[in-house]
Design a protein around this ligand. Structure first.
Ligand code: GTP
Length: 264
């Protein structure tokens, strides 16, 4: 454990972890798990909830978008559907993000981690101006890493796996931040198959060809794109439910932070 003790190091900065995951990937359970792991490590953490539509948070958030905007009211006022309501709520909140940053700044010297929970509908954060503004603002100030949470049991077919990896890849290129792929739900299915597919290009290509009717050329080019993607990222397998894999995960976060410090 090499990070400085809380409140002691001059110029100490927390690592900001932006948690992104498709609906059902277990993002909320994962947030709860890493939050409690940080407590176990006796390291101070700070939680920011950016999901205006989350019903109940199983962890306390220091800053909660729901305290500022009521997305159901936003839906009514602007005559929007649920996704439009969530997006507009996030936009309204983003106009006040300087205040959020001020609050984080005040606490930053005593914090080791700032955890950001993003809306359950992934594209509302990853493909919106607000998501980009929040990400860029944080990354301009603090060592910031992205944790992309994957539903491992739902990614065991090569075609689904490839789609999920291409999506992760698009987020990497949009955020341009150090990236940790988090294979969640390893209590149900181990992520070993994924590690094999990520390291053995031919094994994956063979599996994919067997599984889909894609033309060989497309499959090969996709595999090459992904090979490049895998080179620059870190992988961890966890179970948000049992807590397995937390040490490996936090090692990956530390390495991602080091990458930020050398590259950004
Ligand atoms: P939001 O989009 O933020 O609402 O979160 P989410 O839907 O991605 O995740 P949530 O934590 O609600 O989890 C979705 C489902 O996956 C729930 O039924 C969880 O109990 C389950 N789940 C989450 N993590 C794990 C895990 O590590 N193992 C198993 N077996 N189930 C999990």
């Amino acid at each position: 454990d090499s990070s400085p003790s809380a409140g002691q190091a001059e110029g100490h900065q927390p690592t900001v972890i932006i948690c992104i995951g498709m609906a059902g990937s277990g993002k909320t359970t994962f947030m709860q798990r890493i939050n409690s792991h940080i407590h176990t490590l006796k390291k101070p953490g700070y939680v920011v909830n950016l999901d205006p539509a989350v019903g109940q948070l199983p962890f306390g958030a220091n800053i909660d978008i729901r305290d500022t905007v009521n997305y159901k009211e936003v839906m009514k006022q602007y005559n929007l559907g649920p996704n439009g309501g969530i997006l507009t709520a996030l936009n309204l909140f983003t106009t006040k993000f300087d205040q959020v940053l001020n609050l984080i700044d005040k606490r930053a010297p005593t914090l080791d981690y700032v955890l950001l929970d993003t809306p359950g509908q992934i594209e509302i954060f990853t493909w919106s101006a607000s998501g980009a503004i929040i990400t860029d603002t944080l990354a301009a100030t603090y060592p910031t890493v992205v944790a992309y949470i994957i539903d491992t049991p739902r990614s065991t077919s090569p075609a689904t796996f490839m789609s999920n990896m291409l999506y992760a890849c698009s987020i990497l290129y949009k955020t341009k931040l150090p990236f940790v792929l988090v294979f969640n739900k390893t209590d149900v299915v181990s992520h070993e198959f994924a590690v094999e597919w990520m390291t053995d290009f031919e094994a994956f290509q063979a599996a994919l060809e067997e599984d889909t009717s894609y033309m060989g050329g497309l499959v090969s080019s996709m595999c090459l794109v992904l090979e490049e993607f895998y080179k620059g990222i870190r992988v961890a397998g966890v179970s948000a439910v049992t807590g397995a894999g937390m040490d490996e995960l936090f090692t990956a976060f530390d390495e991602a932070r080091k990458e930020y410090e050398t590259e950004y």
